[in-house]
Design a protein around this ligand. Structure first.
Ligand SMILES: Cc1cc2nc3c(=O)[nH]c(=O)nc-3n(C[C@H](O)[C@H](O)[C@H](O)COP(=O)(O)O)c2cc1C
Length: 214
């Protein structure tokens, strides 16, 4: 499928076929897609919970209202996107070590430059706890976009979900103790016959309203 086909045919699935799970290859691709998502200054301020078992889905279910509950129960995988509650010194050092291990630096100067550049951008977005958390949430939403496109590219249906109670999700997954907080959710799987949205035409504002060519 080319990009135009993917973006025209992908849509938000409203009902899933509970009998269809993911293949090992699909699961592997989705998890790599999350791990390799881009983020500002490679900050990767996230942790993704990939929920597949019926037991784990039942555990997180109370965090969802009626409108999204069936999607969570019947989708093949539910991803809970969480971000760190703070951009810690430990995380900044972990990022730098990983970049070194992955061969990103050919000199100590290059390593120091990357560290300084990242800290500069983090600081620009850290005038308050709330500002820093918003910045981290924006990175998580990028990974959501990545996942939505990628899922469609490998023939899977998906639902981005903001319709849940973050405080409840945080409690259920014990996130505060892990230094994490939930941001957004995505369900992924195979549409069912009951998915009315599959038959509706896509609706978007006209190009001239949202894009200016200069
Ligand atoms: C961040 C975000 C949160 C959303 N939350 C929900 C949700 O909780 N439940 C739902 O059914 N759809 C949800 N949607 C789906 C949107 O309504 C949908 O993306 C939009 O109407 C465009 O339609 P399309 O995705 O089918 O092209 C969400 C979409 C986004 C991007």
């Amino acid at each position: 499928m080319n990009i135009t086909d993917i973006i025209r045919t992908r849509y938000t699935s409203k009902a899933y076929d509970a009998s269809r799970g993911l293949t090992d290859e699909q699961r592997e691709q989705l998890l790599e897609l999350l791990r390799l998502s881009p983020s500002s200054v490679n900050s990767q301020p996230w942790h993704f919970f990939a929920v597949e078992s019926a037991e784990a889905k039942a555990r997180i279910l109370p965090a969802f209202g009626e409108a999204n509950a069936a999607k969570v129960q019947n989708a093949a995988m539910v991803v809970v996107f969480t971000t760190h509650t703070e951009m810690s010194e430990e995380h900044l050092n972990t990022l730098l070590s990983q970049e070194q291990q992955d061969g990103r630096f050919n000199s100590d100067d290059a390593k120091a430059g990357q560290d300084a550049g990242r800290r500069y951008f983090v600081n620009l977005n850290s005038h308050s706890v709330e500002q820093q958390r918003n910045w981290m949430a924006r990175q998580a939403y990028l990974s959501l976009g990545f996942l939505l496109f990628g899922a469609a590219a490998i023939g899977l249906d998906a639902t981005p979900i903001e319709g849940f109670t973050p405080q409840l999700m945080d409690e259920i997954l014990n996130l505060p103790a892990l230094g994490l907080q939930s941001v957004v959710v995505a369900a992924i799987g195979h549409r069912s016959e009951q998915d009315f949205n599959a038959r509706l035409p896509k609706s978007r504002l006209e190009r001239g309203k949202v894009i200016t060519l200069l």
